[in-house]
Design a protein around this ligand. Structure first.
Ligand SMILES: [Zn+2]
Length: 244
């Protein structure tokens, strides 16, 4: 274990283009309920009832209630040592990117700057009419179904998250796939590796001969291509991997 740890540390330290790819597992360690766990009182609904454009158009009030409930849950938790370790890597690597499948804002709250959110951000919304984006991390917009703040628009705001049947932001997808194809080290944390197209990132890195480091409590589909696999909580192993 210690020897593998040392080798993985070295791969990170000497990396000239470092990518960190995170999924639900890293947030779970902070206590963020997964999409499906967030149900609670809402169990009579299927999550799909809140996560399609079609359902939003039919029942915008309920969909907004659901997302505000999820915001409340996400605001109550704190970044964990793995998030802080990622922020530290951001700090001491010149060419760096975090690509995350999470929408909970925890990488930013831990102090990371170069974060690309593949599936959007729970605390941001955009106007269905004009596309204007609003950061709601400090305060929610008012109104059961908030209206666009742009003068004269009056469009309906929706959560800036990727719903079922929707495409990822093409700019984010392009930037992350390019970075993955060019990086020399890729740390994969807490993702099942099943949700495409995000899940292709480690494979693109591997094709470029990048060192693949995986941190997961259970093996995943990525494990087969990992050079170093740590079957461990991210909050325990990441601070060690990030330490100089
Ligand atoms: Zn608008």
């Amino acid at each position: 274990m210690d020897e593998i740890l040392k080798k993985a540390q070295d791969a990170i330290k000497k990396s000239e283009k470092l990518m960190v790819f995170t999924g639900a597992g890293i947030s779970k360690e902070s206590g963020v309920p997964t999409f499906r766990e967030a149900g609670g009182l809402w169990d009579k609904f299927k999550v799909e009832d809140f996560a399609t454009l079609e359902s939003f158009k039919k029942r915008p009030v309920e969909v907004w209630e659901w997302y505000r409930m999820r915001r409340d849950l996400a605001r109550k938790v704190e970044p964990n040592p793995a998030h802080y370790a990622c922020a530290e890597l951001d700090n001491n690597h010149e060419d760096f990117m975090i690509a995350t499948q999470n929408i909970d804002n925890l990488h930013y709250r831990a102090g990371a700057k170069r974060v690309l959110e593949l599936h959007g951000n729970l605390f941001r919304s955009y106007c269905l009419e004009c596309g204007s984006k609003v950061d709601e991390s400090q305060a929610d917009l008012v109104g059961e179904v908030p209206e666009c703040v742009k003068k004269g628009c009056k469009g309906v705001m929706r959560p800036d998250v990727v719903w079922f049947g929707e495409y990822l932001d093409p700019d984010v997808l392009e930037e992350t796939t390019r970075f993955a194809s060019e990086c020399d080290c890729c740390i994969v944390i807490g993702t099942s590796g099943l949700v495409y197209p995000a899940a292709q990132l480690p494979y693109l890195a591997k094709r470029n001969d990048a060192a693949i480091i995986e941190v997961n409590p259970e093996p995943s589909t990525i494990t087969a291509i990992a050079d170093y696999f740590f079957k461990e909580q991210a909050g325990i192993i990441m601070p060690k991997l990030a330490s100089n």
